[in-house]
Design a protein around this ligand. Sequence first.
Ligand code: ADP
Ligand code: TPW
Ligand code: MG
Length: 581
Amino acid sequence: MGTVEPQIAAADAKAQTADGFKLVIDALKLNGIDTIYGLPGIPITDLTRRAQAEGLRVLAFRHEQNAGYAASIAGFLTQKPGICLTVSAPGFLNGLNALAHATVNCFPMILISGSSEREIVDLQQGDYEEMDQLAIAKPVAKAAFRVLHAEDIGVGIARAIRAAVSGRPGGVYLDLPAKLFAQSIDAELGKKTLIKVVDAAPKQIPAPEAVKRALDLLRSAKKPLIILGKGAAYAQCDTEIRALIEKTGIPYLPMSMAKGLLPDTHEQCASAARSFVLPGADVVMLVGARLNWLLSHGKGKTWGGKAAKDWGGQKFIQIDISPQEADSNVRIDAPVVGDIGSCVSALLSGIGSNFAKPPSEWLNAVSEKKNANIAKMGETLAKNPSPMNFHSALNVVRDIVKANPDAMFVNEGANALDFARSIVDMYKPRKRIDVGTWGIMGVGMGYCVAAAVVGKGPVIAVEGDSAFGFSGMEVETICRYNLPVCIVIMNNNGVYKGTDKDPTGRDPAPTVFVKGARYDKLMEAFGGVGVNASTPAELRKAMEEAIRSGKPTLINAVIDETAGTESGRITSLNPTAGKKK
Ligand code: ADP
Ligand code: TPW
Ligand code: MG
């Protein structure tokens, strides 16, 4: 027998080692992660290629922020951490916005960024894209880790997954320096270092006395109200939540991303009587919703308080996984800490089958108010003004969503958001995704990509023309992957309105854009379908065709530029010159 050919020996040796790239990919796969949202470049280009070769879906974006938003909402929709992959310094910073967004919204996400050489970064010797990314990520992440050695990749990914999805979900940063990827270790040894995370988001059972306290309070109520937040949507215990609402007979209010947990047309839905039920209720049960600005901090006139900072007379029950959430704005009389599935199940067993429905005076008053408001809205929607306004355009969207209840609905803008939220009914859980806790612009196209990839069905996006601009280039991504996304731009020539003027007459006003812009042409540039719609009939035809064909479509809906209001429905938060607080 001769000696082994040198090339074969080298190949054999190589076959028995695993490099950093492979270990990262294997660790993700081992934990059921099948999609990466990212943007390639040094040092992660090969990671994107090899992940694709190994069967992961790798969706490449035009800007990391949009990849990050996609990852964050994929986390919300699936309860698995959405993965965003970026290059170092600038790519990392572009992704960081989305990481902060994930943390603020309680979405599980992992931002994985390549980083430069530690020794050079730490001595600040000016490496390519040098930045201490770990330190920068920490304040906006739920947790942040760095892996320096190939044999620690398994632990690094396991810790990142656990941190992202356990307890209150959030954004996790994982720093992978360039040198890590090239490190090779024995393949068998490498395999043993990988961890398949067991029970990543353990159930958290509420204490029986907390459940009893909450039920006692609920039973004592004369005017009870339940508020469902996006935590309730995230928890994926839709049947239990529906049973809780229906067995108690209590009116409920869905926060925007909880719309559809029960159909918005449900008789107990009090959305159309919001300004009546909030100040009117005596006991309010919050299910996965924080008393932040979106609920006026639980106080002030919205809640029947005499002045802006006065508490109303309500008592609160709060179901939340975070033990620190209670009392963050007003007193919580009955906190129930645990995961929503376990908490709602515990409440349901306590309720049994003979819970006394709320007094009929309360229920009648709520439905009277609600019916009057719905009738009023019906009249407005039936009008057909020229040019088209938000109402007449959204009346069409409302019908299309009703006919396609499984479609994902993405929504951002100011007026484009506020009007759509109240006009477009949702019929199924986790179908509406929007600007979230920060009310940010820019989530639109990233959300569309993730919604199409995760939801596997049609996506309808209603976008303000300003909002769309933040992520508009991703229409190329939507066309490239041929996703069934129908984008409707509410084009009113600007931010809130298109009518502002520069008092000096020199420039366009800061809130206005090119008049009569044709966003539909942008879509055509990449092979998608572009339609300009000036009437509800044209809009309807184009949306129906988009849903039928499944082709990437952008409809430029021409909206009366005078129709909107400043800041949409949150005008009160907008400080204007000379305004007294
Ligand atoms: P919204 O904006 O819809 O009012 P928030 O984002 O303010 O909702 O609140 C969501 C809340 O839900 C957070 O306080 C979070 O801790 C909580 N939460 C998220 N997931 C769960 C879960 N699985 N079980 C219990 N609470 C959860
Ligand atoms: C990241 C401030 C809130 S709403 C909005 C801006 C710029 C755009 C409103 O115009 P649009 O909607 O989208 O055309 P419409 O229908 O009222 O005309 N930067 C970020 N987030 C926010 N929220 C802003 C700026 C803002
Ligand atoms: Mg606009």
